[in-house]
Design a protein around this ligand. Sequence first.
Ligand code: PLP
Length: 412
Amino acid sequence: MKKIPQTPFDVNQIRRDFPILSKKINGKPLIYFDNAATTQKSEKVIDAVCQYYKYDNANIHRGVHTLSETATAIYEKTREKVKTFLNAKESDEIIYVRGTTEAINLVANSYGRQFLEEGDEIILSEMEHHSNIVPWQQLCDEKKLKLRVIPINDKGELLLDEFEKLICPRTKFISIVYISNSLGTINPIKQIIHKAHEHEIPVLVDGAQSTSHMMVDVQDLDCDFYTISGHKLYGPTGIGVLYGKKHLLEKMPPYQGGGDMIRSVSFKKTTYNVLPNKFEAGTPNIAGVVGLGAAVDYINTIGLDVIAHYEHDLFKYATNTLSNIDGLKIIGTAADKTAVISFLCGDIHPHDIGTILDHNGIAIRAGHHCTQPLMERLGLTATARVSLAFYNTKSEIDYFAESIPNLFRIFS
Ligand code: PLP
């Protein structure tokens, strides 16, 4: 992969790139620990979107005028950038969608409806986000398929032996998360894909959390599909990417019908466009694509290897600090983890933890994190969750830790 020149990592300098990080919440400096839900946007991303609307706004593809050609060029150039970012073979393998949810729905509705038949089985895991469960359940209901679920151990790690036992001649698809948004577990995705391919089973990787924390090379992983949510990658909401191997995308029917995805339309017969347009019906989120491109550029100037290194150090520091707080219990202790720490404080409800911490300017998430089956497996209804990004600091973690004893005092 082409190496992009990087500036040395200076977290204070980086923080200045994100306007929201200088905001005060309830009179206290914002400590943003809700990055697994969505990440903050750098000035570069905000400016790129503003710049587009101020000076370049036009609809893409269909225009013959200069503005439309400019907008189309930016839109397609970003596809190239994402292709390089993921090390995909071709830019046609990059499909713009709204985010991971839409990407999975696209694959379930297009690939799943076309190629899966009654009695076939789909393997997921116990730690999936609802968006990697519900589309498959809907497909199962419609086509009389079966869902099989890889169990986890109490640490929050997949039981790979059990996974292998689930594979059978009826297994026709595997859809699995790379990094759990609730536990931070990093799944051995390459190993899973390798095993699946021994049985010629295609694998979709839910990359909603992983793409911002580690370098992802879809050719090296050899995944068949990979999903990105732009807003979790420091880009705008409402834009994401489905990567798919070309030979699979080519044989899949369109997901939605409308403008841009057709070659010709008549009342007798409609023929469809080639990739990637076949899957991009209607006017897309052009400004979102512009912002995503700016986010990728921004990340590249720092370097995902540098980000991963900094975040790993920060994560270890946070885990040690939280482990030493009396009464605080970390949920999810997998050997391979990053960025996400779910926890409980005695029997204080996670929503109360979140509300009290907010008084101190600390934004965390509380709830089931759209992983209700995982919560059920763990015998919980909710956790509180700290999720880190490369603009967070050790002093923020210290301040967070100092706020916890007060929480216990309030609820004692
Ligand atoms: N998968 C995982 C692991 C997630 O964490 C999320 C969002 O939190 C999703 C899927 C859904 O992503 P989006 O809401 O961006 O479509």
